[in-house]
Design a protein. Structure first.
Length: 443
């Protein structure tokens, strides 16, 4: 097993923050359940994975740990973090949006020692006997506060009732919870160690500046357009409360010439993954979404949060704003208020008025564009192969190549937008590692 130092080097980290250090120490050296409370963007995934991989046995082929997450995006991202740690443990992600039978085949092929799963899909696999529950000794529940919501307790109780061999539990949340969930079956709080890094004084990070922009009309699309023109090529998430509102707003902004991605629970899995990838690699600078994007996404360097619709409650507000000012960065949050709208009472810090200039630029183009390459890991293609090919055949320099994501059967790569057409022209009909393939823009 690799050392903690080696794992951090693989991830590009120099050292852990205080919350991570406390979490690692507690999980490694305590027999108690561990509850980690820390704001969004402080690295809770690494806080539990780093000690866990040190405690699991890579020589034991059985399933040893189950991590329950609220959505498929977090399942995929958490599994990616584990892969980048290069610690030798096998993992699978299980989530809705694809057939249980297909996942069962993957589970048999991979024989995972760790599973990252959404509750519904995990319950399905357990009931079908696709997962050997008896070998699981570790249970992690990320965003356990969400598991306290109405209608969720019965599902979680069913899952945990089947994981009878669990000896160690870790619960994580970005907001305080008044109680440990009843389904955890803990008889006393003396059996629980709480690591609390939530500030009682700060509802949101002090690194976030909060503003309000007044819309003269009930339909706030024109004001949103003006604000986004003013923000230029900065990365912004626009939050709305309904799926159809996301579609309407996204279509409006596209017609106005903005480079956007839309995101909500009614979209197909592939479309959601494409949207996340384009936004995270700077191929689109505006992300229009429901509150689905307020939790479970690890997208760094978000400059602005825009509340087109007011958050439905305080937790929604905290999680939305938690998307920006991650780690030590700074950020801004904007409320767009119609003529009859007022800020909710739970907003503790009153926002400043934000005046938009009369003269506004045209919509800014993002710095990067995404190219689809029709070959991946199963074709023995690596990130190094992609970089070498694009430099040699596409006439790019290293600094004109951005994020590269090599999947099993295809690859996404970000390239400088100004060089997009050049790359597509020069690579047309070319082979990568002696294989003919497809090179096209992801729109």
């Amino acid at each position: 097993m690799k050392t903690e130092k080696e794992i951090l080097e693989n991830l590009g980290f120099q050292e852990l923050n205080d919350m991570q250090k406390a979490s690692v120490n507690s999980i490694l050296h305590s027999d108690k359940d561990v509850v980690i409370l820390s704001p969004t963007g402080t690295g809770k995934t690494l806080a539990y994975l780093l000690p866990q991989v040190q405690l699991l046995d890579e020589r034991d082929d059985s399933l040893q740990a189950v991590i329950i997450v609220p959505g498929r995006e977090l399942a995929l991202q958490s599994a990616t973090v584990l892969s980048e740690m290069k610690c030798g443990l096998r993992a699978c992600s299980c989530y809705g949006g694809r057939s249980t039978m297909s996942e069962h085949r993957i589970l048999r092929q991979v024989n995972p020692q760790i599973i990252f799963a959404t509750p519904g899909r995990l319950k399905d696999h357990l009931e079908k006997g696709n997962i050997d529950a008896n070998s699981v000794k570790w249970l992690v529940i990320d965003e356990f506060d969400k598991c306290l919501e109405m209608g969720f307790q019965e599902e979680m109780s069913s899952i945990i009732g089947k994981l009878k061999g669990v000896r160690h539990r870790v619960l994580l949340s970005a907001t305080d919870a008044e109680e440990i969930p009843a389904y955890m079956n803990r008889k006393s709080m003396s059996q629980v160690e709480i690591i609390d890094y939530l500030s009682e004084k700060e509802q949101v990070s002090g690194r976030v500046n909060i503003y309000k922009v007044l819309s003269p009309e009930k339909d706030k699309l024109t004001t949103l357009e003006q604000l986004l023109r003013h923000l230029g090529d900065q990365s912004s998430i626009v939050f709305l409360n309904y799926r159809d509102s996301v579609e309407r707003t996204a279509e409006f902004l596209r017609k106005k010439g903005f480079a956007i991605c839309s995101f909500h629970g009614g979209m197909e899995q592939k479309a959601r993954e494409d949207a996340l990838y384009k936004f995270s690699n700077s191929s689109a600078n505006i992300f229009v979404s429901t509150d689905l994007a307020s939790r479970g996404l690890d997208i760094p360097n978000i400059d602005n949060i825009i509340h087109y619709h007011l958050p439905e409650n305080e937790d929604s507000y905290v999680h939305r704003v938690g998307r920006t000012a991650r780690w030590d960065a700074k950020g801004r949050a904007f409320f767009i208020l119609g003529p009859s709208e007022h800020l909710p009472e739970y907003i503790e810090i009153g926002p400043e008025d934000y005046e938009l200039p009369r003269e506004l630029p045209e919509p800014a183009h993002p710095r990067m564009a995404t190219i689809y390459i029709g070959k991946g890991k199963k074709d023995k293609i690596s990130k190094g192969d992609i970089v070498g090919f694009l430099c040699k055949k596409g006439d790019l320099s290293n600094d004109e190549i951005g994020q590269i994501d090599v999947k099993d059967r295809y690859t996404y790569v970000a390239v400088a937008r100004k060089k997009l057409h050049q790359v597509l022209k020069l690579t047309k009909g070319e082979k990568i590692k002696g294989i003919h393939t497809v090179f096209e823009e992801v729109r």
